[in-house]
Design a protein around this ligand. Structure first.
Ligand code: ATP
Ligand code: MG
Length: 392
């Protein structure tokens, strides 16, 4: 029955001169999302709205499911479009629309007509009244409520006539691409994919970096990160995933620095390398999945130590989340099952029994000094052997 969708988007951030950027980005993301659906679609903007018109047969549920991945969409209205073949024909269409969409008709309704074409023989008030009467006659169990109707029946008179009344919720947020780009430190855990999702929801395009340490971490662990990036890319569009071989850096830190500071110093090198990649690729910030106090390396003191090596802002959208809250989001976005696969993400030799929870930055700096020029060489090599995987 439905032939197209009217896309509703939140008004915030789209007023004034930037509106067309917002809309163009939204159209772009909708096209990307629908590429994976059966059928052909025409996506166009008219009069401050976005329409998705099906030009072939399509699977309704599949299309809705994919539109629900597009940030910036607040509502998806399935629309019936019919040719204008006179008012009586329109009445018949509306009556059968209600029959089909509302099997249970013990409800209140209101007709909300809009006439974009002034040569239509009735004005909107007349259409509201006359269609209302036709509905009441066809379905005596229905009643009119002009203030809080259960069913708001929208009828738009344009070249064709469009009828819609349902609003399926979208994910909200801003279209990816309207907010610049950031570099996500993506591990195989539960947290970082959620962190990337949350920042992307604010309109930010995502690149990612994964530090792997073969043979201490397996190829399966890497494949798991690629898979996580793939799931996140359903929302964000293609992700450029940089895989950095971190083994030699890790071994060298292990050799030269106190074991209880290993994690912090390793994290500092991850941040430095991530920032280097970020600057090379025009990213405006870094993203991590850290949350205060979750582990020793995420206490407020530890965060001072990891933060101070970066100039770019580090976005930590999960900073005030409990683990359970993070798990809930990861289940909702579909990363949880992959995140909990048991492939090791760090070898135990690199994990101290009693890591510092209150690192002193001056002490850390002094110990890093032991790494002298050789660490710069290792970082350079790691960056030179960056493996880029485009995930979509
Ligand atoms: P996650 O669930 O995201 O793995 P975590 O609770 O295991 O997080 P840590 O291992 O302390 O936390 O890592 C903190 C953050 O550092 C991660 O959320 C991620 O952003 C980044 N990170 C950690 N390890 C890696 C890695 N191997 N590659 C890329 N980023 C990493
Ligand atoms: Mg982890």
């Amino acid at each position: 029955m439905f032939t197209s969708f009217l896309i509703k988007y939140a008004e915030i951030g789209i007023k004034g001169r930037n509106r067309h950027l917002f809309e163009d980005a939204l159209v772009h993301q909708i096209k990307y999302a629908l590429k994976k659906c059966e059928g052909k679609f025409l996506i166009h903007k008219t009069q401050g709205r976005i329409h998705v018109d099906a030009q072939t047969e399509f699977d309704f549920d599949e299309v809705v499911e994919h539109l629900q991945l597009v940030f910036g969409i607040s509502g998806i209205c399935p629309v019936v479009g019919v040719e204008d073949e006179g008012f009586e024909k329109l009445c018949d269409t509306v009556v059968s629309y209600i029959a089909e969409v509302y099997p249970d008709r013990n409800r209140t309704f209101k007709v909300n007509a809009r006439r974009a074409r002034k040569d239509y023989p009735k004005d909107s008030m007349e259409i509201n009244m006359d269609l209302g009467e036709v509905i009441l006659n066809a379905y005596p169990e229905m009643t009119v409520d002009v203030h809080e109707p259960d069913i708001m029946l929208n009828v738009e008179i344009r070249e064709k006539i469009y009828i819609y009344s349902e609003i399926i919720p979208g994910p909200g947020g801003m279209p990816v691409g309207t907010g610049g780009k950031a570099m996500l430190l993506l591990s195989g855990g539960i947290d970082s994919p959620v962190a990337g999702y949350m920042i992307a929801k604010r309109g930010v395009k995502i690149d990612a970096v994964y530090f792997h340490a073969p043979p201490y971490t397996s190829d399966r662990a890497k494949q798991k990160v690629v898979e996580l990036a793939r799931i996140v890319s359903r929302y964000t569009g293609p992700i450029y995933l940089h895989v950095i071989n971190f083994t030699d850096i890790q071994l060298y830190i292990h050799e030269k620095c106190p074991h209880e500071e290993l994690t912090i110093i390793m994290r500092r090198y991850m941040m430095r390398i991530a920032e280097h990649l970020a600057k090379e690729t025009e990213c405006l910030g870094l993203i991590t999945g850290e949350s205060i106090g979750q582990v020793a390396s995420q206490t407020m003191n530890s965060l001072i130590a990891t933060n101070e090596v970066c100039e770019l802002p580090v976005y930590r959208p999960l900073i005030g989340f409990d683990k359970q809250e993070i798990v809930e989001v990861s289940e909702k976005i579909g990363t949880f099952e992959t995140s909990i696969l048991p492939y090791e993400d760090c070898c135990t030799i690199f994990v101290a029994k009693h890591p510092v929870t209150k690192p002193n930055v001056n002490v850390i700096r002094r110990h890093e000094h032991n790494l002298d020029e050789k660490i710069d060489e290792l970082v350079k090599t790691a960056l030179e052997t960056d493996e880029l995987i485009i995930v979509e």
